[in-house]
Design a protein around this ligand. Structure first.
Ligand code: NDP
Ligand code: MG
Length: 390
């Protein structure tokens, strides 16, 4: 069934805010059951005053008293919870729908809990699929969860692949990429780019981590792995095309020569509305597409793997399998956060990831423990390597 009671995890972030914007447009139909954030109590309290959820969760333990006291002072009936209550709340009757929009591998436990409990899972947290895609997809199958991908490319493909019959005749997926703020630049010219330049995305307004991922093209690499798990398509049948206008969100090619695409303005509220209402359609606040707005042009070009090696590293990790994608993802999280803090340069991001992938060769990854171990080992390795790549 379409969504009713919604848990928004990562509520204070870019995706969380967009989700709440769509939900608030449909007061009779959609309501907020639970809001969760990392550490930003003031922003979470503000959202609680506006959306009046039954439950609010803050992951940072030191911020919990401020949440509890703030809710009481505001006279709200919302119950405050510490972070360790999140997975059980997600699995329980506080919600039938979960917007998984925590950033990074930190989102995996709650995403898995939603999958196991058979919720409608609006999945933005791509890192959880990269880290543990096979286990997460199996948990959703066994739990009876419906996954609607929120990442715009995968949401586009989801819309083009409405049923199993279409899936059987699928030849390849084509993920589009904006190319990020450094499209067209040589590798050498990227040595001195600043975090502020890297997060100034030309088309999408997003959180800092995914914005840097877009600038390195690691975002597209993570999305290739994400698409592999969501749609059961091998890496050899997933292509990437740079499309600077960011209006065609991805394409699906079938064996009969048909190619279907989904188009729309670059605004995540469209994908979120699809996820909330599917198979129905509801208003999202996003205007319709004006194909003449960009001078009537839709352009496509191949990605430059020389300037942006992160995309190649992700294809390598997918081909290697086992723990390799977990290592890629963890090393990337460490490298991006070090870049954002000014500890390493932009070109060190792929170097740190490649270094971790070489040092930690792929091992089988049949259990969550094996993946968690690989994730932790890659974080330790990349953190220790920061000084070498500074
Ligand atoms: P933001 O940085 O804007 O938001 C991250 C959110 O996660 C914040 O609400 C933050 O809370 C919360 N958070 C961080 N750590 C924890 C934790 N341990 N427990 C609970 N909550 C936590 O990120 P985005 O919204 O841009 O991205 C979220 C996810 O969606 C990412 O996986 C990203 O790849 C994916 N995505 C985003 C897109 C976009 O357009 N933004 C597009 C496609 C995918 P706090 O504010 O308190 O720190
Ligand atoms: Mg995307």
């Amino acid at each position: 069934a379409p969504a009713r009671d919604i848990a928004v995890l990562g509520a204070t972030g870019s995706i969380g805010t967009s989700a709440l914007d769509v939900i608030a447009r449909h007061p009779g139909r959609l309501k907020v059951g639970l809001l969760a954030a990392g550490s930003n109590v003031e922003a979470l309290l503000d959202l609680c005053r506006r959306h009046r959820p039954r439950h609010a969760v803050i992951a940072d333990a030191s911020a919990f008293p401020a949440l509890r006291d703030g809710l009481r002072e505001a006279g709200l009936e919302t119950t405050a919870h510490p972070g360790d209550a999140l997975d059980a709340l997600v699995a329980g009757d506080a919600c039938d729908t979960v917007v998984a929009a925590i950033v990074g591998a930190a989102g995996l436990p709650s995403t898995l809990a939603a999958a196991r409990a058979g919720k409608r899972l609006l999945l933005a947290n791509k890192e959880s699929l990269v880290l543990a895609g096979a286990l997460l997809m199996a948990a959703a199958r066994e739990g009876g969860a419906t996954i609607v991908p929120i990442d715009s490319e995968h949401n586009a493909i989801f819309q083009c692949l409405p049923d199993r019959h279409a899936h059987a005749g699928l030849r390849r997926l084509v993920l589009t990429a904006s190319g990020g703020p450094f499209r067209g630049r040589s590798r050498a010219s990227l040595a001195d780019v600043t975090p502020a330049q890297a997060i100034a995305h030309p088309k999408w307004s997003m959180g800092p981590k995914i914005s840097v991922d877009s600038a390195t093209l690691m975002n597209k690499g993570l999305e290739v792995i994400e698409a592999h798990h969501l749609f059961a398509v091998p890496g050899e049948r997933i292509d990437v095309l740079v499309h600077p206008q960011s209006l065609v969100h991805s394409l699906v090619e079938f064996v009969d020569g048909s190619t279907l695409a989904q188009l729309g303005l670059p605004d995540m509220r469209t994908a979120l509305a699809v996820g909330l209402a599917w198979p129905e359609r509801i208003a999202s606040g996003v205007a319709g597409l004006d194909l003449l707005a960009e001078g009537g042009r839709l352009e496509f070009e191949p990605p430059d793997l020389e300037a942006f090696p992160c995309l190649r590293l992700a294809f390598d990790a997918l081909a290697a399998g086992g723990t390799a994608p977990a290592v890629l993802n963890a090393a990337n999280e460490i490298a991006v956060s070090a870049f954002l803090q000014g500890q390493v340069g932009f070109l060190s991001i792929p170097r740190l990831i490649e270094d971790a992938m070489t040092a930690l060769p792929p091992a089988p990854a049949r259990t969550l423990d094996a993946l968690a171990e690989a994730d932790a080992a890659a974080r330790r390795h990349a953190t220790a390597a920061l000084a070498r790549f500074a």
